[in-house]
Design a binder for this molecule. Structure first.
Ligand SMILES: Nc1ncnc2c1ncn2[C@@H]1O[C@H](COP(=O)(O)OP(=O)(O)OP(=O)(O)O)[C@@H](O)[C@H]1O
Length: 117
């Protein structure tokens, strides 16, 4: 149990560290809060909530993984190496792909509510 609590606190520290390092994550958190508020406003269905929350989780988690990969690359090398750049670009690309799909999903879910208003 103590081991579990310790692992949990390390994970919370990881969240704090990525929030401290990444402006992007803060922007994404604010965006997520706005989307959740919009969900409450339009009273979206349970299935829509699941899709919205999963999409938000996907983008936030990928942003944190991207931050971890960036830090790891910086730890491995301080030199300018094409492979290091490629690794960072691929990690950033993953966040971009998820974000673009999140925009589409948001549009699909909220469009009907917006057009009904
Ligand atoms: N060691 C390196 N070797 C080669 N290219 C690198 C290296 N470090 C960074 N780059 C290139 O510069 C880009 C920006 O790197 P950086 O580490 O500043 O990432 P970032 O996304 O701007 O980080 P942050 O979000 O912390 O500002 C990378 O995506 C990569 O193309």
């Amino acid at each position: 149990m103590i081991k579990f609590i310790r692992s949990f606190s390390y994970a919370v520290n990881g969240i704090k560290a990525s929030l401290h390092k990444q402006v992007n994550l803060k922007v994404q958190l604010v965006t997520a809060a706005c989307i959740i508020a919009t969900g409450f406003y339009f009273r979206i269905t349970s299935v829509e909530w699941c899709i919205v929350l999963l999409t938000i989780a996907l983008v936030l988690c990928l942003e944190m993984v991207n931050t971890a990969i960036e830090s790891l690359v910086n730890l491995v090398t301080t030199e300018w190496k094409p492979l290091a750049g490629k690794v960072k670009d691929i990690a950033a690309g993953a966040v971009l792909v998820a974000s673009v799909f999140a925009i589409f999903i948001g549009f699909i879910i909220f469009f009907k509510y917006l057009s009904l208003k």
